[in-house]
Design a protein around this ligand. Structure first.
Ligand SMILES: [Zn+2]
Ligand SMILES: [Zn+2]
Length: 352
């Protein structure tokens, strides 16, 4: 049987269905896994996305023609039955299940296994062929439970507040920022959000996600600012906007912070290893749970994952896509570290 999904110059294309998944060039019909910039682009005729992601998509792309599909609900396009299933990555993120003439393919988009309070938890979907991301597809990436990361963040914030110093934490404005907010302890002090973060907070709250109260910087006086934590996008780092905080401590929240070199290159005081992507064990468990015999690997560590999966007796190959340049963790990667570099950095981490 011919492949149900192929790579075209516009993006991943479902051949019998006649639609694209997260295309990077304008197309007639686009199924969007989630609203990060590298997956959700301008200029498509019709968008289809998870119902919980419609408002996010509109807040980022403006007035587009978009249909929302409840998780698990099916629609048929040219004989292909399409449904969307939670990917646990950000609000509204979905895996795309396609069934045609008894064969099932699933395109994962970006996904994370550990459940969190800001989006529906990842659900494994049985399929014959699984198209998986591989952002953190190296065995060195293993996440701590998020609560222990939140405890670390709150302890760092409390210590700074006790010393009369603002805490600034950088994280991508859509997804990562709300995840950080969901773990903050508001009894420590005021929570201030950058102007790029607050509109997304609104979308999350309207979508039923509980976030602690947040303020804009203009709402907080100088004394209160010293007790506050400020959630800002990475682009705010080093900008004039930061001057008002005086002597502050700063931190970065990202999966890349597992690499000591990444924190050094960012020049921040602290790195918190918090990712919206699956770690290595998460990728492996997700792949196993699909029961798929054929695995297609996209953005991230394609060669390493493909080699590993082939050694496990699976039929694995890579897809060359244009994802990964504007994603949360990916967008702030200091530079694509080579495997050797990462091995060295792992050694440093072990030594520390
Ligand atoms: Zn993403
Ligand atoms: Zn991505």
């Amino acid at each position: 049987m011919a492949d149900m999904v192929v790579v075209r110059k516009e993006g991943l294309y479902c051949v019998p269905g006649g639609f694209y998944i997260d295309p990077w060039r304008p197309v007639e019909r686009a199924v969007i896994t989630h609203a990060h910039g590298d997956h959700a682009r301008y200029g498509h005729g019709k968008y289809l996305t998870a119902a919980s992601g419609v408002h996010v998509l509109r807040s980022r792309l403006g007035d587009i023609q978009v249909d929302g599909l409840q998780y698990g609900e099916t629609v048929v396009h040219n004989g292909v039955t399409v449904s969307l299933h939670p990917a646990g990555h950000v609000l509204g993120s979905a895996q795309v299940r396609m069934e045609y003439q008894g064969e099932v393919w699933v395109a994962s988009g970006d996904y994370k296994i550990e459940p969190d309070k800001t989006c529906a938890p990842f659900e494994p979907v049985r399929c014959d062929t699984f198209i998986t991301e591989s952002t953190f597809g190296l065995p060195i990436y293993r996440w701590e439970p998020e609560q222990s990361i939140f405890d670390d963040i709150n302890r760092w914030w409390k210590k700074n507040a006790d010393e009369g110093r603002p805490s600034v934490i950088f994280g991508y404005s859509f997804g990562k920022a709300q995840r950080i907010l969901s773990g903050l302890d508001p009894s420590i002090g005021p929570i201030v959000c950058h102007g790029a973060v607050e509109p997304l907070n609104r979308v999350y709250r309207e979508g039923g996600v509980m976030l602690p109260p947040t303020l804009m910087v203009s709402d907080v006086d100088k004394a209160a600012l010293k007790q506050s934590i400020i959630v800002a996008p990475p682009s705010a780092s080093g900008s004039p906007w930061m001057k008002r905080f005086g002597d502050y401590s700063d931190a970065f929240a990202s999966g890349w912070m597992q690499l000591r070199g990444a924190r050094r290159r960012r020049g921040v005081d602290r790195g918190f290893v918090l990712s919206d992507h699956a770690d290595w064990p998460g990728l492996m468990s997700a792949i196993a749970a699909t029961g798929a015999q054929r695995i297609i690997v996209t953005h991230g560590s394609i060669p390493v994952m493909v080699k590993w999966l082939c050694q496990q007796g699976l039929d694995a190959a890579g897809f060359d896509t244009e994802y990964g340049d504007d994603d949360d963790d990916v967008g702030i990667a200091p530079q694509p570290a080579t495997e050797a570099e990462q091995a060295v950095e792992k050694q440093e981490t072990n030594d520390a």
